[in-house]
Ligand binder design. Structure first.
Ligand SMILES: [Zn+2]
Length: 433
């Protein structure tokens, strides 16, 4: 749908820096930045996304769009008045020093794979690594990666088996399914380290590891992360996987391709939220869903109004950036889920650590999403499921998709460690509180 039919033409307007905004201004070249537009209705938002605009934030009619000066020109031609919002590449310029890192310290896929193997080798009593499937490029014989999961617990017989009837309840975290949301992979890395290093020294971690299995997929979209990291100190802002079979634009949005209630998101291969040609068409999604079905019992009925029973177990968190939100199901509908109160309750307990706003899509990001990972884990399996949007939505070096690396240690990990602990500690009875 053409935006011109949706919107009255506002005419071209001079670019005016927002007075309360950032210190920096648009570099005016091909460098991507964010642009703010106002007066955007939900219909117009859907039109923007369908037309291939990269809308990264939306709240009360204000939208933030990612792109270079040509994108701003397109917005003006479509009747909007974009104003410069913030830089994407943060200042001061990061300096990449360590091997297998980019943009000041973010770890490459190879580094994450080596990290999992190192953890398992150093802590055979605490960690088990699985290859859960292939990335899209690997399925094509064009490089790519195995997708890796790690199970962390004080292992006794039968623990960390690929079977849903485990003795211990389970807490699962998935990160960097959206490749450019780089802080999420680092949070997963630090979560893994905190569990193995804290066992025997931190009483809360020790108790958790004795009673619960923590599963982590730190890089759910390795092909996409390779694309991001290829930019080095100016990471490529790639969100989707590397599926180029469409021939025009690269990638399917792996957080719109899940099998539960798939099909109401974008069918435009050039949209950032392209849902793919069919439910679970992408190998990364089938790898994740196969894992979820093998480690979490099916606890919920098939009717949308069937609640997970009060004694259901297991918790799932999908890590994304950004906005400082903890989002509860549903994504595909504005109806609240049949476990809404309990999910919000556990979300509020997690928010005691990170201070994030807890709510549904409508309460937080402001738009619906279909085919998301957490709708599948909750909707199909009854696992208490959440999406974290890590990183503040304002301005500055710790906001956006590419926070300066020191923000991970100074802010993003400290505020989320407790939230993940709370989630894991609730795995035995997430709906019972
Ligand atoms: Zn995301």
């Amino acid at each position: 749908m053409a935006l011109r039919r949706l919107l009255s033409l506002a005419g071209a307007a001079a670019l005016i820096a927002v007075a309360s905004g950032p210190a920096h201004s648009d570099p005016g070249d091909d460098t991507p930045v964010t642009w703010q537009i106002t007066g955007v209705t939900l219909d117009a938002l859907a039109g923007l996304t369908a037309d291939g605009y990269d809308v990264v934030r939306y709240h009360d009619g204000d939208a933030v769009v990612l792109g270079d000066s040509r994108v701003a020109d397109r917005l003006r031609a479509d009747g909007f008045t974009p104003s410069f919002h913030d830089t994407v590449y943060k200042d001061p310029a990061p300096v990449t020093t360590a091997a297998d890192t980019y943009y000041g310290g973010y770890h490459t896929v190879d580094a994450h794979e080596a990290h999992l193997d190192q953890v398992a080798a150093a802590h055979p009593d605490l960690a088990t690594v699985y290859d859960i499937g292939d990335s899209w490029l690997k399925t094509q014989g064009r490089g790519g990666h195995d997708i890796k999961a790690i199970c962390l617990t004080r292992k006794t017989d039968g623990d960390c088996a690929l079977s849903p009837d485990s003795a211990k309840p389970r807490f699962t975290v998935v990160a960097q399914i959206h490749a450019r949301e780089v802080a999420t992979g680092e949070i997963a890395w630090k979560w893994i380290d905190s569990l193995v290093n804290g066992y025997g020294t931190d009483p809360a971690v020790t108790t958790l590891m004795d009673t619960t299995e923590m599963w982590v997929v730190p890089i759910a979209n390795p092909d996409g992360v390779d694309i991001v990291a290829s930019g080095g100190d100016q990471p490529v802002l790639h969100r989707k996987n590397a599926n180029d079979s469409d021939g025009s634009c690269v990638g399917v949005d792996l957080n719109r391709n899940s099998s539960f209630e798939w099909g109401a998101d974008s069918s435009n291969p050039c949209a950032q939220t392209y849902q793919g040609p069919q439910a679970a068409s992408e190998p990364e999604v089938t790898a994740l869903e196969d894992l979820f079905r093998r480690i979490h019992p099916d606890q919920r009925g098939t009717n949308p109004t069937d609640p997970a029973p009060v004694d259901a177990r297991d918790v799932f968190v999908s890590l994304h950036s950004y906005g400082d939100y903890i989002i509860v199901p549903w994504g595909y509908t504005e109806d609240t889920s049949p476990n809404d109160a309990a999910l919000r309750g556990l979300g509020a307990a997690m928010a005691e650590s990170n201070g994030y706003l807890v709510g549904t899509n409508g309460d937080t990001v402001g738009y619906s999403t279909s085919g998301t990972t957490d709708d599948m884990t909750y909707g199909e399996l009854g696992v208490a499921s959440f999406t974290f949007e890590i990183g503040d939505g304002g301005w500055g070096s710790c906001s956006g998709f590419l926070p300066a690396y020191d923000c991970v240690d100074s802010q993003l990990w400290p505020e989320n460690r407790g939230a993940l602990m709370t989630a894991a500690q609730a795995a035995a009875a997430p709906y019972a509180a």
